[in-house]
Design a protein around this ligand. Sequence first.
Ligand code: URA
Length: 201
Amino acid sequence: APRPGLDRIAAMDWPQLQEAVADCRACKLCEGRKNTVFGVGHERAHWMIVGEAPGQQEDQQGEPFVGQAGKLLDSMLRSLGLSRAEGPPERQVFIANTLKCRPPGNRNPEPEELAQCEPFLQRQIALVQPRIILAMGRFAVQSLLRSNEPIGRLRGRVHEYQGVPLVVTYHPAYLLRNLVDKARAWEDLCLALDTLERRGP
Ligand code: URA
């Protein structure tokens, strides 16, 4: 079955969207996947964190950021007092990816795959109504900001997605190999927290 049309996705509630993602066969990534990875967290979390695509462990477990990069992400979130699993909404994050299925061998997402999958992320954001979005890495940025600028040029200031403030930072898998930029990512998280707190309840 092809993916439901944009109008149908835009009218879906949370369970319908979960089912549509689980059933999606709109691109060739469905052939190699074990699981789709919808995302995890509170349905009304104040934070929306957007990564790239599931890796091997995420595909196995059906949950985002459970591998090495996820451990780093979780420790960064913990340092801010945030959690994917517990706490009041203002301390909770919803973690989603730009692609819901794993590209083979963790290759980069292809434009057709991004185009097919984007409406799911857009609907997730519309339903969660986050107060702040953290876009990690170039594919999340391309999808949400329609920008091909490198992360280094976009980070350090507050952008906007559909009226929601959006902060750009490096992808945690990249940070595992580039320790220098870890300090910058930490600054980005602090900028996001600051932005959220300045906007008030
Ligand atoms: N990298 C991502 O972008 N997403 C995951 O879920 C895991 C690794």
